[in-house]
Write a protein that binds this ligand. Structure first.
Ligand SMILES: Nc1ncnc2c1ncn2[C@@H]1O[C@H](COP(=O)(O)OP(=O)(O)O)[C@@H](O)[C@H]1O
Ligand SMILES: O=C(CO)[C@@H](O)[C@@H](O)COP(=O)(O)O
Length: 559
């Protein structure tokens, strides 16, 4: 049999990337990025120019199709591989990125009569305008003692499906009426490739974002009726569709799409997936005890378990949500690289920028070099990493950042180091929450942009968590994971794999060099972590709500 290949397509917030992968060893043969022509739509709608309100974030579904018809043929051309040897394709996406579609499966925003209504468009994961609905969902679920709430760490996010659907119903009932279904964008793009009239939903987004449970299904009709009588049958109508496990073959590529994508009709297409979740097999993790951190502007923490446990502040636990056969746990920090970016852009004096330019490095690298000269504890500073609220374990978007211990001698590199340490303490909180609730964390795996960019950061994470960290060898870990699911959809008899476990064994790689905890650093960080925990609870658990009071004083001042 000739060499076989699969393609993984990673749909990010601003662009989509196709990666063509050799199935024998996971080598990434070619990759290509298509920036979304409409990017994030957060000011006004295309064509009609209708203005959007604060906190809105939309996208254009045509941009997703452009990625398939531009980046996929580009990687096929660049690799010189015979399309007949590309046996499978998988995609991963941001989530919950959702859209209303009509009976024919077309987005409502494609209909000229509806295109001027913002609710007919794709709502991107970071569309935050459904907070009122999310708050009510949480209050009503808590007062009814709904069993699903603990599975989401006690809170349903405004980013997720039910809040977004309810916002559409409240603000544009005519769009709700006309929508045949609401779909995750990842499932919609798959349906465009397979052309199936019967759309399938993947277990990952259904579980983490739509409150679906493998045994219990969606929340009861009584619950939805308590939210709003008009929602009583929403899961049987607008959210209908079989939920299938990751790795399942959703269907085969249609002749029409094969022509546009430069592939062969009949190529196996895997069910959709989420970016952070696809990264888990992408680093080779297919068993419990290994926490995968997708580290970039934010961190998603992913972990496998064998039993459903309640863990404070996690984003969710879903059976088959990451690797079929396991409970998949997700937690996260809503700002990490973003905090370092904020400091570099807003906080450093001009002499730092000048010195970095003279040394021919960027400001991050300059600060990292200087900060590496300090020992743990030597700065005398401590920070709370809540520059964009707290996603886990407090689940509170109204918390803010804090730095303690300044003096007239404090240097920029000391502040930078303190910010790196604060995000590591935030991760330690998450590790401890899982570990102490029976979901073991033995070692850490890191992927995404940060591990490639900042060694000091990774050493601090190893020291603060007192765990070895392995680093993904691939720079495109989610796309590699998506390609693996494509290979599983094709199956071993076609030259692919019968399970994601088999695919990960052959195709995933971590680097030889790992970050190991250094005993003397661990001891100092243990002391600092105790201090961090005191501040964390004092400002985050109600002892002193000064951060919330400052917000309301700010709101009054702004009015
Ligand atoms: N040398 C560095 N050290 C620490 N953070 C960095 C460095 N260079 C860039 N960053 C941060 O990395 C983040 C981007 O990470 P990346 O993984 O590339 O993006 P994304 O999360 O969008 O996929 C930005 O928030 C930026 O501030
Ligand atoms: O929320 C999730 C996963 O649950 C992500 O899709 C979302 O935060 C987007 O992440 P990225 O900015 O693409 O790293």
């Amino acid at each position: 049999m000739s060499k076989k290949y699969a393609i993984g397509v990673d749909y990010g917030t601003e662009s989509g990337r196709a990666v063509l992968v050799d199935l024998s060893d996971g080598t990434e043969v070619a990759d290509h990025v298509t920036p979304y022509p409409h990017n994030v739509i957060d000011e006004k709608l295309p064509v009609s120019g209708v203005k959007l309100e604060y906190d809105w974030a939309l996208q254009h579904p045509q941009d997703y199709i452009d990625v398939l018809t531009q980046s996929v043929p580009a990687v096929v051309r660049a690799s010189g591989v015979d399309p007949a040897d590309i046996i499978g394709l998988g995609i991963d996406f941001t989530a919950c990125t959702m859209l209303p579609i009509d009976k024919a499966g077309q987005p409502l925003c494609f209909e000229p009569a509806l295109a001027a209504n913002p609710h007919s468009w794709v709502k991107l994961w970071k569309h935050h305008a459904a907070q009122d609905e999310a708050t009510l969902i949480n209050e009503i679920a808590a007062s009814r003692g709904e069993a699903f709430l603990p599975r989401y760490g006690g809170k349903i996010s405004s980013e997720w499906m039910i809040a977004k659907v309810w916002q559409i119903l409240n603000e544009a009932p005519e769009i709700y009426e006309q929508a045949d279904r609401f779909l995750e964008a990842t499932d919609w793009v798959v349906s465009q490739m397979t052309g199936q009239s019967e759309i399938v939903r993947n277990s990952c987004t259904a579980g983490y974002k739509s409150i679906w449970h493998k045994q219990d299904g969606y929340p009861s009709q009584d619950f939805f009726k308590a939210l709003d009588p008009r929602l009583v049958d929403v899961t049987e109508t607008k959210l209908r569709g079989d939920v299938v496990a990751l790795g399942t073959k959703a269907g085969e590529l249609t002749a029409a799409m094969a022509e546009r994508m430069g592939l062969v009709a009949g190529t196996a297409i895997a069910v959709g997936n989420v970016d952070a979740h696809a990264a888990v097999p992408g680093v080779g993790v297919v068993t419990p005890g290994k926490l995968v951190m997708a580290m970039g502007t934010s961190i998603c923490h992913m972990l496998l378990g064998t039993e459903e446990k309640e863990v404070e502040g996690m984003c969710g636990v879903v059976e088959d949500g990451i690797i079929p056969g396991y409970l998949g746990y997700e937690a996260g920090q809503s700002a990490v690289g973003d905090i370092f970016a904020w400091y570099v852009e807003q906080g450093v004096p001009a002499y730092v920028e000048k010195a970095a330019a003279e040394e021919g490095i960027n400001v991050h690298e300059w600060l990292e070099r200087r900060a590496s000269a300090y020992k743990p504890g030597e700065t005398g500073l401590l920070a709370l990493d809540w520059w964009n609220g707290n996603r886990s374990v407090l689940v509170d978007t109204e918390l803010n950042g804090l730095i303690l211990g300044y003096s007239l001698l404090t240097k920029p590199e000391e502040i930078y180091r303190t910010l790196l340490e604060a995000t590591a303490f935030g991760t330690r909180k998450i590790v401890d929450a899982f570990h102490s609730n029976g979901v073991e964390v033995e070692e850490l795996y890191a992927c995404g942009g940060l591990p490639q960019k900042n060694h000091l950061l990774m050493q601090i994470y190893a020291d603060v968590t007192n765990r070895e960290i392995k680093i993904a060898d691939s720079k495109q870990t989610p796309a590699l994971g998506a390609a693996m699911f494509g290979a599983v959809a094709a199956g071993a008899d076609k030259g692919g794999y019968d399970s994601i476990v088999d695919a990960a064994k052959q195709m995933a790689r971590v680097r030889k060099e790992t970050f190991k905890p250094i005993a003397e650093n661990v001891a100092v960080y243990e002391k600092l972590y105790q201090e961090y925990s005191k501040l964390h609870d004092y400002f985050g658990r109600g002892d002193n709500d000064v951060m919330k009071r400052l917000r309301s004083i700010r709101e009054e001042a702004r009015q």
